[in-house]
Write a protein that binds this ligand. Structure first.
Ligand code: FE2
Ligand code: FE2
Length: 286
């Protein structure tokens, strides 16, 4: 199967989840300069489950505000349009892609733990280096691997081949995909993000997170995710061992040299933050 056939097939799959209507609308509104706080708030308020999640999120330790935020217009005023949009997208995405029925070897909870870890780490990198907007890095980190879920749920045979080769040939998921599949999870995720009309910087951050392109729409955003992913993967394998950062793109090494050199000093603190973000985003039954 070639890439074109693959993406045509992907587009024909009816059950591929889309973002909830409210997230799509909110996202679209933000591309329109005339949107008022009132219109944006009203759209979000149509989905009460979303309202309560957003309020819980903005009042959680995660955002660290002293005073309580009681309603959506208040949240928009304090946090700004973009942060609220990103909160809506974050909450929606995990909900949408947590359904069961994936390839056996694929653990959805572990998948989201990884994604939240990359989200928190890339937000940290963005904040520290001031290269990207922390909030955007968070969403990009959360979304970067979403193509894997699509493979695990809708292309089980492909996923199985990659899984087998990973273990048999000792390859990374990405390397095995490149060897075996017509398209990799980064391209699949970007394809969907484009269909959802997500911002161009976000789409490119997904598309190039394993293979940085200097021409990406928002190179710094992409680099924050690329580096965060490498850090998270390295620490997962064996936190005691020397980290292997050899896959880091030279441009990323240049831009984030200080953070990469001191990673063992700051990552333990970020890990604590990751745990509390997982508690919030991955809690059961909500
Ligand atoms: Fe990836
Ligand atoms: Fe990843």
């Amino acid at each position: 199967m070639d890439a074109q056939t693959f993406f045509r097939k992907l587009d024909r799959i009816q059950e591929i989840p889309t973002l909830p209507t409210v997230a799509l609308k909110v996202n679209k509104m933000l591309q329109d300069y005339d949107t008022s706080i009132k219109t944006l708030s009203k759209t979000i308020e149509k989905d009460q489950a979303m309202v309560s999640k957003i309020l819980r999120l903005v009042n959680s330790a995660f955002y660290g505000f002293q005073s309580r935020i009681n309603n959506i217009p208040h949240a928009v005023t304090i946090l700004g349009f973009n942060t609220v949009r990103n909160a809506v997208i974050s909450v929606s995405i995990i909900d949408t892609f947590s359904e069961k029925g994936a390839f056996e070897g694929f653990n959805v909870t572990d998948f989201w733990k990884h994604s939240v870890a990359v989200a928190v780490t890339s937000r940290y990198l963005a904040e520290k280096t001031r290269l990207a907007i922390p909030d955007e890095s968070f969403v990009a980190g959360l979304l970067h691997d979403v193509g894997k879920v699509v493979l695990a749920q809708h292309f089980k045979e492909f996923f199985g081949q990659v899984w087998e080769s990973m273990h048999k040939d000792d390859l990374s998921f990405y390397e095995a995909e490149k060897k075996l599949l017509p398209a990799n999870h980064a391209q699949i995720g970007a394809h969907l993000a484009k269909r959802w009309h997500l911002p161009a910087g976000l789409i490119d951050a997904m598309r190039y997170h394993h293979a940085v392109r200097k021409t990406a729409y928002n190179l710094n955003l992409l680099i924050s995710v690329h580096v965060a992913d490498i850090i998270v993967n390295n620490y997962k394998i064996d936190p005691e061992s020397e980290s292997d950062f050899s896959v880091t793109h030279p441009e990323a090494v240049k831009l984030m040299a200080a953070e990469l050199e001191t990673v063992s000093d700051w990552f333990p603190n970020v890990s604590t933050e990751i745990e509390s973000a997982c508690d919030f985003f991955l809690e059961e039954g909500e």
